[in-house]
Design a binder for this molecule. Sequence first.
Ligand code: AKG
Ligand code: FE2
Length: 370
Amino acid sequence: MATETQTRTENPGTLTFASLPPFPSDIPTAPLHRLSLSKLRSDASESDRLFSSCKDLGFFYLDLRLDQEGEALLKDADDLFNLAPQLFDLGREELHKYDYKSQDSYMGYKGFGSAVVDEKGNLDRNEFYNIPKDDFLGISSKPFAHPQILHDHDTLITSYMRSSHSLVLLILQHLEKHLRLPPTTLTSLHRQMQISGDQVRFIKSPPQPPSDQRTALGKHTDFGSITILFNRLGGLQILPPPSLTPPGQAPEWTYVKPLPGHCIVNLGDAMVKFTNGLLRSNIHRVVSPPGEQAKETRFSLVYFSRPEDEVVLKRLGGGDVIPELGEGEVEEECSAKEWILMQAMRLRNVREGMSDEEKRRLWEESGRGK
Ligand SMILES: O=C(O)CCC(=O)C(=O)O
Ligand SMILES: [Fe+2]
């Protein structure tokens, strides 16, 4: 049993999760900055560090402890980690009823092995359940059906959505300030009660045979604005940009070590488009957890915030920090709704009996092999 002191210690090297094998101490980990939510509310230098993290890596840890809203979010995340196994225990056959791919939606269930993860045409090794914010906040015009167990936990799910969304708005407010954009430029594109692709995602990846450990979730950048991620077992890896790689070395996939009391925050493609490449959405993937952790089933919990459906993903005007477009450069007019749908569905066009060649083509056409 982990004690309060184990999970509350200030030394990240000794932070562990109760009842799970520890993250190995002898493997390299990604150099994410560790920011604090409570400091972010009052300390200008913490805000500066947030801006730097969003520019150089596009990923950071956020310590949620010692902050009222942060602690509430941690509690909800804990409760959702207890709910996740119960949801997936409904079984793949039952959950398939909630796969809405045939309705051209990525919401609901994604079955095990239904997306391509690499150039060889290998299939993923995880299941998702995507819960649309709009269905649970009661603003969808046509909500999807979801398993009863989710409705039974409606209060928890909506509380988690509201807390995550409010964290996203806080981060966007800091970014607006550093980008010297008029106040609400970013937050007004992410109003909680407007229709968007925002979702909670549960992911389950079972242990893989030691002789056949593959990528569970293929390399990608997130498509939306800000992602709030909780996980307990390693497995998430990022490919650091050349600017953070020692001179003369090629960037290498590096594990992000989960830290209790923290979430991992990362930026998606919409933030890159809004800022003409000033902010970064870094490439990442999920592989087998390292060391002893590989024997465990891995769950993760994600809140994806995305711009409201009708927002056009292009450079934001009104500030003097975002780089100008190049001479004669014309941006595509793609709405957030179109962009997210296209990105989310591309690799999920795997059909029964598809040849390896066809699967490889799906990967190629997704543009992720670049
Ligand atoms: O499970 C994780 O740690 C990361 C999941 C992820 O990157 C995603 O769902 O986009
Ligand atoms: Fe991701």
